[in-house]
Write a protein that binds this ligand. Sequence first.
Ligand code: ADP
Ligand code: MG
Length: 354
Amino acid sequence: MFDNKDTATTPISSLGEFGLIDHLTKHFSIQHKTTIKGIGDDAAVIVAGKNKQLVVTTDMLVEGVHFDLSYMPLKHLGYKAVMVNLSDVFAMNATAKQITVSVAVSNRFPVEAMEELYAGIQAAAEIYKVDVIGGDTTSSTSGLIISITAIGEAASDKITYRSGAKENDLLVVTGDLGAAYLGLQVLERERQVFKVNPNAQPDLENYTYLIERQLKPEARKDIPVLLDELGVQPTSMIDVSDGLSSEIIHICKSSNVGCNLYEDKIPLDPQVISTCEEFNMDSTTIALSGGEDYELLFTVATEDFAKIQANPHLSVIGHMTKASEGMHLITRANTKIELIARGWNALDTEESTA
Ligand code: ADP
Ligand code: MG
């Protein structure tokens, strides 16, 4: 046990999640030629043949930090835990093939609860055509922890990093943003109502899409396939797990470019717009900082504009600039605001997540 009585200590929150990872791993060096990419992208990349590479990624979900079982059914949790990982595989423009599943579980959970969790994992594995090839099971003193590792593969020239964006490239996002975060707000509100009045019948009809996006996200397996069909090789790519703003900043920093993001281009579902009005929230802020969308954010060369322009899955939301121009949101009122990462950060505050 680390005893901090006699030594000066630094709170982890002073570094933040990414600062901590960087601090702990900055002296690690790559020793094998087969390690193409180590720490620092959505997945690591490993040589697997003459023209083939594997991608490997791990994500952990912790009860009370990433999920609350009072509104997250265990089956959905199992499904979502797989999605969170597959999303990082697709963000490398790769195809997901295998997963391992590790769980730490307290004696509060009966076998039936674990069966539910695994029914969700199995459903995800079947639908996304991945094999569950192993894992680990252990006990926990409090609550449930799930850690999944996903393995994918792609032709070497298809793998897409966060670092390839160039000045003038177009910034593109799939689907729509902000719904999963609002779904969580709706579920949280219902939980509070239920606490006060257990007989209250929730009317969730106006929020079906939001709740589905929170409880049953789908990773964008279709996008690497679509890009291939369209003949588009993205120059950089990342998945949107922490909020658009944070992901744009990752691409800009990794690629050493700046960015102009246009507020009026950010794709929003009508339920996001109506619920933001009802909750008195700003829909742009929700899209920028909400998180858990599991959409893909990527850049393409301007020459590829015609190929993606009319596609209903894809929205061009901005373009990349010189790094010296900075990272900005151009508002509907045509003012320029600096983009800052307000994405959820598990290590910042107790109730947030990463
Ligand atoms: P993502 O949000 O795409 O899952 P993360 O922000 O979790 O990515 O991780 C960023 C990078 O840091 C990844 O390359 C990941 O493998 C690496 N990483 C995260 N935590 C650790 C750790 N404890 N030790 C070593 N590498 C880590
Ligand atoms: Mg990611």
